[in-house]
Ligand binder design. Structure first.
Ligand code: AMP
Ligand code: MG
Length: 421
């Protein structure tokens, strides 16, 4: 079940009045963004991971000719109806790329390899394993149905058929299909440009010597990784101090180059949290407290034409809010047509979990298969700064708003990370 569905069915819990559900926040954000409208032409291989911007109609039948699915003998099926075991005379051979030139007459057969064109006159292929050769006389120990082991021309894609529509993500399978149509170039949507930066006076770039109270800026690396997987064009704008003037400058700079701006940190209500106020000054801001854990505060708005996401600073909260809010929007903005519902499994939870009603909780966990059932265990302490539990996780346990504590052995919803990244 998708998170949306889970939350749909749950309006009977207590929630702080100024809190917004994950579902409503996602819907509000979605209503405020548009997909890119410009496309570019790229070489087929460069389209991997990009989003198709055209309808691809096949100029040919794939496969181009009716061919054999097996190594064996091409026959006229009616010739095998006589007294068993039927025997036919081999008159030649057909190889892939080297068709048999003649036509099969009554009582004849042609040795044929996988992919070779079916000779004129033949309608069926008998697999090699069901035949025995005595010189040119071939005896058939089993008689297949009419048309067996024959792949008709156009069975994959027929000439003139629409093979792919705009919004399709070019996967390895899509590359292969397009190549089979002979396409060497494709029109794809231009890449989405995403700029990101970290905020916080305590943060230092890698390579620094840390003083007391300082930490390395790790969020910029997780955000980079999550964006890279989405195939967007990335602008890493670095680290910004907790200082309104610096924030103003970087937001304006980011808006001049990017479609989407992402920041981490500085969106809470602490005295050094300026993202919200500066955004209100240079652009427009919606600030939400989301009924979720981790990842409560989220700022969304725009600076000029660029959309802005202000994610919280805690490293796990960054990842959870990115996957729940930013990633679906970026996929929509980069032109993907509605993707399949989020992959959710039901698994037996082996660790008891404490859970407050009124919010969605995402618990880092390990999904496994044990004697035919999916089981799931929490990966240790869940503090929103404990990235280690995320590294060791292969899924989130998703506990919907109305869910209370979970007893060991209870079934829970699980979102595999493999479906997200
Ligand atoms: P904030 O949202 O700015 O209050 O930050 C919340 C917590 O996340 C604080 O403990 C920060 O030190 C930490 N944090 C913020 N930004 C980063 C970052 N880029 N890398 C690692 N930790 C961060
Ligand atoms: Mg901060």
């Amino acid at each position: 079940m998708s998170i949306d569905k889970i939350q749909n069915s749950a309006d009977c819990f207590e929630r702080e009045p100024d809190m917004m559900s994950v579902r409503s926040a996602r819907a509000e954000i979605r209503a405020l963004v548009e997909p890119v409208t410009e496309s570019v032409t790229v070489a087929l291989r460069d389209a991997l991971g990009r989003v198709l911007a055209e309808s691809v109609r096949s100029p040919i039948d794939v496969p181009t000719h009716t061919n054999s699915a097996m190594d064996g003998f091409a026959v006229r099926r009616a010739d095998l109806d006589g007294t068993p075991p039927p025997t036919l005379r081999q008159i030649g051979a057909a190889f892939a790329g080297h068709p048999y030139a003649g036509e099969i007459q009554a009582g004849q057969c042609v040795r044929i390899m996988t992919g070779a064109a079916i000779p004129r006159g033949a309608d069926t292929v008998v697999m090699q394993e069901h035949t025995e050769a005595h010189g040119d006389d071939i005896t058939f120990s089993e008689v297949p149905r009419h048309g067996a082991n024959v792949r008709p021309a156009g069975e994959d894609i027929a000439r003139g058929q629409i093979a792919m529509t705009p919004g399709t993500v070019i996967t390895p399978a899509a590359l292969g299909l397009l190549a089979s149509l002979g396409r060497s170039e494709l029109r794809v949507w231009r890449p989405l440009r995403v700029a990101f930066f970290s905020t916080g006076d305590e943060l230092r770039p890698l390579g620094s010597v840390l003083s007391r109270g300082q930490i390395f800026d790790s969020n910029r690396y997780t955000v980079y990784g999550m964006l890279k997987r989405l195939g967007v064009e990335i602008f890493d704008l670095g680290l910004v101090a907790d200082e309104p003037q610096a924030l103003r400058t970087i937001l304006r700079q980011a808006a001049s180059i990017a479609d989407v701006i992402i920041s981490t940190g500085g969106v809470s209500v602490g005295e050094a949290d300026f993202v919200r106020s500066v955004l209100a000054e240079v652009g427009r801001v919606n600030f939400w407290k989301i009924a979720m854990k981790p990842g409560r505060p989220l700022a969304f708005g725009n600076v000029g034409d660029a959309r802005f996401f202000g994610l919280p600073g805690n490293p796990v909260a960054v990842m959870v809010t990115f996957y729940q809010f930013v990633q679906p929007v970026l996929r929509y903005m980069r032109g993907e047509h509605e993707h399949a519902p989020e992959l959710m499994l039901r698994a037996r939870c082996l660790t008891p979990l404490r859970k407050k009603t009124g919010r969605t909780e995402y618990v880092r966990a390990l999904l496994a298969e044990e004697s035919g059932d999916w089981t799931v265990r929490r990966t240790g302490p869940q503090g929103s700064g404990i990235l280690n539990s995320m590294v060791r996780a292969n899924c989130f346990i998703v506990l919907a708003d109305q869910q209370g504590n979970v007893a060991a052995g209870e079934w829970v919803d699980v979102q595999p990370l493999a479906g997200l990244i």
